[in-house]
Design a protein. Structure first.
Length: 107
């Protein structure tokens, strides 16, 4: 809650009473009263992104009839865990899973 006459200093350097975050990280806040008393706190924000389902791929989306030396490259630019699955003509399934690096905790 904003109190009139108090000053705010965020770890980002902002002196606004509120902060807009653009990612998972820790933020510290120092609030100083009109009498010079200071209070500190730190909060660690974690953004949770919803799972997305890929419903269509650009070509080549079907590698049927290709040789073993041909490949499909899939590039994902999203946070979180990605699982890619495929099945061949006899039902053999391959799943590739990429685990993101865990964020570092703030000191």
């Amino acid at each position: 809650m904003h109190k009139a006459g108090h000053s705010y200093l965020w770890s980002t350097g902002s002196t606004d009473t509120s902060l807009v975050s653009n990612g998972t990280k820790a933020y510290s806040l120092k609030v100083t009263s009109v009498h010079g008393c200071a209070s500190y706190d730190t909060v660690y924000l974690t953004f949770v992104y919803p799972d997305l389902q890929i419903t269509d791929l650009n070509e080549p989306f079907d590698l049927c009839g290709t040789t073993n030396s041909e490949s499909m490259i899939i590039t994902l630019h999203n946070p979180g865990t990605d699982t890619i699955g495929t099945a061949d003509s006899i039902g053999f399934t391959i799943l590739l899973k990429r685990e993101p690096k865990k964020p570092k905790k703030a000191n």
